[in-house]
Design a protein around this ligand. Sequence first.
Ligand code: RB5
Length: 143
Amino acid sequence: MKIIVGSDHAGYSMKEKVKTFLQDRGIMVEDVGTYSEKSVDYPDFGKKVARKVSDGRFERGILICGTGIGMSMVANRFKGVRAALANDLFSAIMSRRHNNANILVMGGRLIGDTLALQLVDAWLETPFDGGVHQRRLDKLDVD
Ligand code: RB5
């Protein structure tokens, strides 16, 4: 699997840990930045990740900002993107089982790195339940 990751300055340090965690598991990672704690604008990085998930170049992405809220907002504007803000284990698992989330969003200022890596692990391992949940996903898009 290949995963594309991105963050703003508030998520930079957590992104680096997530990247190492994924690479240690043999997962290929594309990191679109940011590459330091210098202040940047989260939409610039959210768009880079969401665009490549939306057009199919990547099956899954991970985005991190301070709260995760801004990154979720920008990512979910892209067609085919189902970005889930999950700062707890239940949400991370259910975002896969019921929502088939293709981008995991976390808040670097809300949770610790240990929990973040547990969320990433669970999110990667949990399959989509399908069935009635696919019917509901089919109703997400608006004209
Ligand atoms: C940056 O200060 C902060 O606004 C950003 O990381 C994010 O939390 C926005 O939703």
